[in-house]
Design a protein around this ligand. Sequence first.
Ligand code: SAM
Length: 188
Amino acid sequence: MSSCTSAETLEKHVYVLRLGHRPHRDRRITTHVALVARAFGARGLYLADVTDENVKQSIAKVVSRWGGSYFKVVDGVSPFEIIRQFKKEKSCVVHLTMYGLPVDSVIRDIVEKCEEILVIVGAEKVDRVFYDLADYNVAIGNQPHSEVSALAIFLDRLWQGREMSLCFPDAKYYIVPSARGKVVKPFE
Ligand code: SAM
């Protein structure tokens, strides 16, 4: 396989806190939030307040085929307890919201100051308290779109594109990029 970025070389540890998940309605989009988190270099996803075995199993299947067993989905957590754990020196809580400050105006500060980052994304309306608890309220453009796109773009800005070549040494398969068709090879 060609040279790739291992998760260890992404020096910051990033976790995602998903608020407001409604198990039947949001299953697919929360799974996509977790997929983006894993693929773009985060270490895990916390699902606030509710449990959802379905989301956990979908991610476990992806991890078993494509690797990244360090990536954990932890459901049924208290968001306040998770945020409390990130309220220490060199740890930051970043809330993604269209009402926040433009990502390009704060990303340098975040890169310099935060060794560990909790990224909060919502589903529907996010409670005011999370805006107050966040160290940074960050907008990916000031228009409403999606938690999936917001997370992807935030992580890409954070890693400056290095996450694109992330590789997972415990994967069973890897993809050989090709102009047409699908080339998938097993690790020997
Ligand atoms: N108006 C809602 C709100 O309270 O932010 C938008 C909800 S949106 C469907 C779900 C989540 O996507 C938001 O909680 C936020 O995390 C993320 N999001 C949507 N647009 C965004 C943007 N422009 N910048 C950053 N995050 C955004």
